[in-house]
Write a protein that binds this ligand. Structure first.
Ligand code: SF4
Ligand code: SF4
Length: 161
């Protein structure tokens, strides 16, 4: 995955995508989930996250209590120690990582706490969940992070001209 190329494409499409997601949010097409799920599956048929890891390199998942407990256990630490070492509260009151790239991301793009990673990492980029219309702003942001989401947006722009 060439992330420089991706970033250029994402920036070029940014304004068009902002309009697209604002329109989808307004119109709430009935077949939106079906289309997004299909485009998600098509994107991940050829995109290999291990050649990318841009989400882990540039953004932080939110850690809820269960996520902290699970990750801390994996690392044989107390939850409090884990929190103190790796997390802080952001302006929205959510616990997020202190730094990016994620400290658990290896140079080979593998996650060292993979089986115990937060739910947000498992669910990213959230394009196979139900009621995607509820997360149009987030999905717009993710066109700038995730090559699969950028591809989904391109297909959506053709489906909802
Ligand atoms: S989810 Fe998206 S940003 Fe994250 S590694 Fe996969 S393709 Fe890259
Ligand atoms: S915990 Fe693992 S999957 Fe989640 S951001 Fe860090 S490296 Fe990526």
């Amino acid at each position: 995955m060439d992330l420089d190329d991706f970033r250029k494409s994402a920036e070029k499409a940014e304004q068009q995508n902002k309009k697209l997601f604002a329109k989808l949010k307004r119109l709430k097409p009935k077949d939106l989930d079906t289309n997004v799920h299909q485009f998600h599956d098509e994107a991940f048929e050829h995109i290999d996250c291990l050649t990318c890891a841009n989400c882990c390199k540039t953004t932080s998942p939110i850690f809820y209590q269960k996520d902290m407990d699970r990750a801390a256990k994996h690392l044989k630490m107390k939850t409090g120690e884990f929190l103190q070492k790796y997390l802080h509260m952001d302006e929205d009151g959510d616990f997020v990582l202190n730094s990016a790239p994620c400290p658990f991301l290896g140079s080979d793009n593998y996650c060292s706490i993979y089986e115990s990673r937060p739910a947000a990492c498992r669910e990213y980029p959230h394009t196979n969940r139900k009621k995607v219309v509820q997360i149009m702003d987030l999905t717009m942001k993710n066109t700038m992070v995730c090559p699969a989401v950028l591809e989904i947006a391109l297909k959506l722009s053709k489906a909802y001209k």
